[in-house]
Design a protein around this ligand. Structure first.
Ligand code: G
Ligand code: G
Ligand code: NA
Ligand code: MN
Length: 249
């Protein structure tokens, strides 16, 4: 039933929207980008979490139209925000589709959205398990100026060989580390090491799930270049994001 409802929502283009969570530059606390997060409000089923519908979409192949819808909607809405960068989550299933890079680049051209402003977030596990074609899709995107980010960094395996073999532009330290960074010595050591490594490799190091000032201070001292989390902002509707910018001015 949910599959049918999701298919309907995708073909109508209504009911599925983007929420936007700001990314903050550690150096000056400025908002430098947002991450688009899919939201689905069904008339009968109510609000359904992406934790539910993203896996369903992956199992049914609906992730292909869902991914495209989110990307297009986010590009359109973001064009109004000057040079903010836009991060969009990508499922490994989308990447396996031979035409992924071509689809993204054509969409960016149609929407007149500069490739340099787009960052695609892929999980460490997704990139690790990717085949030659998927890796080729990433190369094509990077050649066009799109940036690639390793999401949920630290939760998969062989993180270090990934950094050596795959060209990425940033790593996002997973929330499960950030959460305990001021409480657990080992977690603090891991985050510091990963952050130093990222900086040495010329990567942006993004900490996600930042909730307290103490965590912020630790992460900035460790060398993280960008921060994201409830301390700064929850994911916001387009209207709420607009209001946030108006309040800042
Ligand atoms: O939005 P929320 O913060 O509840 O996200 C829950 C999970 O769903 C996260 O793992 C997030 O990466 C994933 N997610 C949200 N939106 C999208 C999307 O557009 N595409 C994909 N592939 N995953 C998404
Ligand atoms: O997998 P991904 O990193 O894309 O997950 C994004 C999810 O993380 C969203 O569900 C978002 O609501 C959630 N999130 C973002 N910031 C915070 C935070 O500071 N604390 C917690 N608990 N969740 C967060
Ligand atoms: Na993400
Ligand atoms: Mn993440």
């Amino acid at each position: 039933r949910m599959e049918k409802a999701l298919a309907n929502a995708l073909s109508s283009g209504r009911d599925i929207t983007c929420a936007y969570q700001p990314l903050i530059r550690a150096a000056d606390n400025q908002i430098i980008g947002v991450e688009a997060l899919a939201r689905w409000q069904d008339k009968e089923l109510g609000e359904i979490s992406p934790v539910q519908f993203v896996p369903l979409a992956e199992e049914t192949g609906l992730i292909i139209p869902l991914g495209k819808l989110i990307l297009r909607q986010a590009c359109r809405e973001m064009l109004r925000w000057g040079d903010l960068s836009l991060s969009v989550n990508v499922s490994p299933i989308q990447l396996r589709d031979g035409g992924f890079a071509r689809m993204v680049l054509a969409l960016l051209a149609e929407e007149r959205f500069p490739p340099e402003r787009l960052e695609l977030e892929l999980t460490e596990t997704a990139i690790m398990n990717s085949d030659a074609n998927s890796k080729h899709q990433l190369v094509l995107l990077r050649e066009a100026g799109v940036r690639i980010s390793l999401d949920d960094f630290g939760t998969g395996y062989s993180s270090l060989s990934l950094l050596k073999d795959i060209v990425v532009d940033s790593v996002k330290i997973d929330r499960s580390f950030v959460q305990f960074v001021t409480q657990l010595k080992d977690t603090a050591a891991i985050v510091t090491a990963v952050s130093h490594l990222g900086v040495k490799l010329n990567l942006q190091v993004i900490a996600e799930g930042v909730e307290t000032r103490e965590q912020q201070q630790f992460l900035v001292d460790a060398g993280c270049t960008q921060l994201q989390g409830f301390l700064f902002s929850k994911p916001l509707s387009e209207e709420k994001l607009e209001q946030l910018f108006a309040d800042i001015e």
